[in-house]
Design a protein around this ligand. Structure first.
Ligand code: DX5
Ligand code: ZN
Length: 212
């Protein structure tokens, strides 16, 4: 069964509470929380206060994706604000220390690969991450086209022996989700496709039916 994490980057910030309610009412498995600093990626999104306020309102799984130049600096505040999983980019300055810190905070530790970073980058990581987030678009913006060559990277990650959770993120829709699930993806991150859906409950049900 495939899981779905809805990305609130695609939500209308004026109605963020309604957006989270819509995600949870539709049966999504997690809220995907994209944090951007305008340095690691050319965009700025939102910070720990939004997560803190959401945690006070909702009992949901918060899958935090840090697209930050120096993620180490922010692990404590996102952990304290209610993250359940924190994913950091292998390309970022303080990746290794950040992964260690996520673990000391007792959270799921994720490693994310930008499109140009090969699957083999995971082989240099001291301790296998709990989850691998494969970017299927260039990180920084929602609403982009999925890069189909990333499907081979997902298969490569499995081939090189990674047994943990693989998450795919960016440009995912009903045309490409099945191929991703069959390539070994466990969790699909949907932003635009989820919020544009006319029947989110049905979309979630369909995603849950994918995969082995
Ligand atoms: C992009 C983010 C993705 C993005 C997904 O940098 O990491 O999570 O919000 O949104 P869609 O599904 O619209 O591509
Ligand atoms: Zn993301």
């Amino acid at each position: 069964m495939s899981k779905i994490a809805a990305s609130i980057l695609a939500a209308n910030t004026m109605y963020m509470g309604d957006a989270v309610r819509k995600i949870l009412d539709s049966g999504c498995d997690a809220i995907h929380f994209d944090v951007m600093d305008g340095v690691f990626v050319p965009n700025i999104s939102f910070g720990p206060n939004l997560l803190r306020d959401m945690r006070q309102e909702f009992d949901a799984f918060f899958d935090v994706h840090l697209m930050l130049h120096d993620p180490l600096q922010y692990i404590d505040v996102f952990a304290a604000s209610g993250a359940d999983a924190i994913t950091v980019h292998v390309e970022s300055e303080t990746f290794s220390q950040a992964m260690k810190k996520i673990r000391t905070r007792g959270l799921r530790a994720g490693a994310s690969l930008k499109p140009e970073t090969p699957a083999s980058a995971l082989l240099n990581i001291e301790e296998a991450p709990d989850q691998v987030l494969v970017m299927t678009v260039e990180p920084g913006f929602g609403g982009q086209e999925l890069m189909p060559e990333m499907i081979q990277k997902i298969a490569d990650i499995r081939k090189q022996g990674y047994k943990g959770v693989i998450e795919a993120d960016g440009g995912i829709n009903t045309d490409n989700a099945k191929r991703l699930a069959n390539a070994g993806v466990d969790v699909l991150v949907l932003g635009t496709t989820f919020f544009e859906s006319t029947d989110p409950k049905e979309l979630v049900r369909w995603i849950h039916g994918l995969g082995k």
